[in-house]
Design a protein around this ligand. Structure first.
Ligand SMILES: Cc1cc2nc3c(=O)[nH]c(=O)nc-3n(C[C@H](O)[C@H](O)[C@H](O)COP(=O)(O)OP(=O)(O)OC[C@H]3O[C@@H](n4cnc5c(N)ncnc54)[C@H](O)[C@@H]3O)c2cc1C
Length: 377
């Protein structure tokens, strides 16, 4: 059951004219072993194509001492930086990436490599993310190659869900979960109830906390997890092949920022713009329009009046799950994917703020459900 009209949650593809673009998750990395296993198994392997992108990180010779220092930290903590078992990194979850960078890395390395790798992907600032993410990234970096799915990544959850008894749409939103001797009772928005032997709650953390009564420490954790906000827009500009072929970051005031990436698509310029930061949450559509226009003009070094183009926009008020300093320590203490009564939690916030994290959490939840004793009715 999902309250949305389509499967996939934050894996969601929309149309830019006739071209599918990813409004949510777009990149599947080479180290996503479970996701890639499922993609192969579902017959989608041929649609997964290299995405490029690492070439844009500008690293200078003067950055080498910082890289070596961080590399030594990663080597020392190697076994604890397993992003499949995030709780193992709990002892190092004591500061933000910004704090780590200011102690160990040069400002140039931070702005040319760390910001593009983390802020531009998580749509929040380095001070909001735990340094564990940076150290885990250091362990994964050598085998990190990005892929995207031709036709849009939503093909993946759609294929995963094929053949299941799906109920989609707002009337199937779960309103509450209650527990009794016969199992769990899910109350739905349309007023109906379903008796289940067990329930996997794979909503966001805040929504999970609203559905059932969990232990106070777990409830506090679930309600404390934050998400970044992003408005993404795509432009297809025919006849604009000449452009500055690098990602561009522009600042809009203190807390609202944007990132733009351009790539050629046939004889057109394909532009992907993102506005993020706390202020975006407050922005109305006119402010978004004008900030997007500034981003676009900044990238193209001029406006393009009267030019034919296609564009598409999507807004996420809860975009990427923020693994803030302290998140990993709480995971270590809570082990929240263990059953809570006949309810098991799943979601990226339990493993890693990625598609792979969501897939792994789902596999673990399924395994926990299979272990629950069978109820006599
Ligand atoms: C803009 C953007 C870019 C991203 N880029 C990447 C990327 O390139 N690579 C990557 O790996 N990850 C990326 N991510 C992160 C990735 O999308 C998420 O980590 C992952 O999809 C989370 O999956 P999930 O199943 O935990 O949560 P979700 O996908 O959010 O699923 C939760 C589901 O619960 C449903 N729901 C909530 N409440 C209820 C209720 N009461 N009743 C019924 N249903 C309910 C929702 O409708 C939703 O479908 C990106 C995310 C965004 C937003």
């Amino acid at each position: 059951m999902d309250r949305a009209a389509t499967v996939g949650g934050r894996v969601h593809s929309i149309a830019l004219g006739t071209t599918p673009v990813d409004a949510g998750a777009s990149h599947v990395w080479s180290f996503y072993s479970r996701t890639r296993w499922w993609i192969q198994r579902l017959g989608l392997g041929a649609a997964l194509v290299p995405a490029g992108g690492l070439g844009s990180l500008g690293i200078a010779a003067t950055d080498l001492p910082g890289i070596v220092r961080a590399g030594l930290d990663v080597a020392r903590l190697w076994r604890r930086l397993d992003f499949r078992s995030p709780q193992r990194a709990a002892p190092f979850d004591r500061a933000s990436i910004r704090d780590y960078a200011s102690r160990h890395l040069s400002a140039q390395l931070t702005s040319s490599a760390v910001v593009p790798s983390f802020e531009w992907n998580a749509f929040c600032s380095l001070s909001e993310m735990s340094q564990v993410l940076l150290l885990q990234g250091g362990r994964l970096f050598l085998r990190a190659r990005p892929y995207r799915m031709r036709g849009g990544l939503q093909l993946f959850p759609e294929a995963l869900a094929r053949g299941l008894d799906l109920r989609l749409g707002s009337r199937f939103a779960t309103r509450s979960l209650a527990f009794g001797p016969g199992g769990a009772v899910a109350k739905l928005a349309d007023g109906s109830s379903i008796l289940c032997a067990a329930v996997v709650v794979a909503t966001g953390p805040g929504e999970a906390a609203d559905l059932a009564e969990f232990a106070p420490s777990l409830d506090r954790f679930l309600r404390g997890v934050a998400h970044s906000t992003v408005v993404r827009e795509w432009w297809n500009l025919p006849g604009r092949r000449a452009f500055r072929n690098e990602p561009l970051r522009l600042s809009f005031g203190v807390s609202s920022e944007g990132v733009a990436v351009a790539r050629p698509a046939g004889d057109a310029l394909f532009l992907s713009l993102a506005l993020y930061g706390r202020a975006v949450r407050e922005m109305g559509s006119e402010e978004v329009d004008s900030a997007m226009e500034q981003l676009r003009i900044g990238l193209l070094l001029g406006s393009t009046p009267g030019q034919p183009m296609t564009r598409a926009r999507f807004r996420w008020d809860s975009a990427v799950t923020i693994f803030a300093p302290g998140h990993f320590r709480q995971l270590d203490q809570l082990v929240p994917s263990r059953p809570q009564g006949r309810v098991v939690l799943a979601g990226d916030y339990l493993v890693s703020p990625t598609v792979e994290g969501a897939v792994l959490s789902g596999e673990r939840a399924a395994a926990e459900v299979m272990r629950l004793p069978i109820l006599e009715r």
